[in-house]
Design a protein around this ligand. Structure first.
Ligand SMILES: [Fe+2]
Length: 354
């Protein structure tokens, strides 16, 4: 169900502090905290003694103390103290997950630590690039993460779900769409030429009449979707580099499964026009927030129907090409990883006496 040998976003950097935080990823309970020098740490959130969650525990220097019986764990996951238990047996430990901090996010590797290469972290530089204004957040979505992938790769839904913000009829009726799949990534390109701006674009773009609007949607596995979207007065638009005027935005999505039916949905909206206008950043974020809350309700309703009858019919339309390719890539990677079948659990500890 989940690809484990991959980097996922675990948290916004500001969420990880000296106060341990528990969060589940791919069905694994994980506790996140920072050492005194600020380095993020991710350990299994399950004491080796009685499986109690560690995240309610105190930090003693850099050691995390289980709030149940006081066992202490080093940032490596090694148990270094058992109150009243005398010497700590060797190799008594909880699992330690590789973490990296980049672009204002803490990233976590849930698979084989030997394969965790930080070079594989996806590019989200717009989050901390001064050329862009940006604001983001985290949603808890009560759905299978794959529903979010499909949602972002088929933007015809804007015409129906997001009519008060980023949608209008042109998105469904006037878009010229191409879908490319290469090297395990999918790019969907949509152009809406000489069409009216949707409400959000009219509000922030000061357009005089119709616009050329673009949506370039890039998927990379397991679940990253970066959109380059924008609009310019008809006849002046270009998607890269030589655009004259108009507005360009990045909609950035890092989708981390929590369980089979719940998801940590990290997203942000960045804009390249007036990047230091904080009020504008808020306005744009607020518009996208309205739309994304509408999507959350859609996901939850879909999930409910799916669980009532997982075998209910489901068909694909031509506009689903991007989503179909993305889920095929996921399925292939899952099959490849399943063939390797690494052990997911930490070594079984030696029991302490009877
Ligand atoms: Fe949406």
């Amino acid at each position: 169900m989940f690809i484990r040998n991959a980097w996922y976003v675990a948290a916004w950097s500001h969420e990880v502090t000296r106060r341990p935080m528990g969060r589940i990823y791919l069905n694994d309970p994980v506790v996140l905290y920072r050492t005194r020098d600020g380095a993020p740490v991710a350990l299994a959130d399950r004491c080796i003694h009685r499986r109690f969650p560690l995240h309610g525990g105190e930090l003693i220097e850099d050691r995390l103390q289980c709030p149940y019986h006081g066992m202490e764990y080093a940032p490596s996951g090694e148990c270094v103290r058992i109150p009243g238990g005398g010497a700590v047996p060797e190799r008594l430990r909880v699992r330690c997950y590789p973490v990296e901090e980049r672009y204002g996010w803490v990233w976590i590797w849930m698979g084989d630590p030997a394969l965790a290469d930080p070079a594989g972290i996806e590019d989200f530089h717009w989050l901390d690039d001064p050329q862009w204004g940006v604001k983001g957040t985290l949603y808890h979505a009560k759905c299978d993460y794959r529903l979010i992938i499909e949602n972002l790769l088929d933007l015809t839904h804007l015409a129906y779900v997001h009519r008060t913000t980023i949608g209008n009829d042109a998105v469904a009726d006037a878009a010229r769409m191409t879908t490319e799949r290469e090297d395990g990534r999918v790019v969907v390109t949509r152009w809406m030429i000489d069409t009216p701006p949707p409400p959000t674009y009219a509000k922030v773009g000061n357009f005089r009449g119709n616009i050329d609007r673009w949506q370039i949607i890039e998927y990379t596995p397991p679940a990253f979707i970066r959109l380059y979207v924008g609009g310019a007065d008809t006849g002046t638009g270009a998607p890269e580099g030589n655009r004259v005027g108009g507005i360009g935005m990045r909609n950035l999505n890092a989708i981390t499964p929590e369980t089979e039916r719940t998801t940590h949905y990290f997203w942000a909206q960045a804009h390249d026009f007036e990047p230091h206008n904080a009020e504008l950043t808020e306005t744009i974020f607020g518009q996208i927030e309205v739309a994304f809350n509408e999507d959350l309700a859609v996901f939850e309703a879909q999930q409910r129907n799916i669980e009532l009858d997982p075998g209910a019919p489901r068909i694909n339309l031509p506009t689903d090409a991007g989503g179909v390719h993305a889920l095929r890539i996921l399925d292939r990677l899952l099959a490849e990883e399943g063939a390797e079948t690494p052990s997911e659990t930490a070594p079984v500890p030696t029991p302490l006496g009877g």
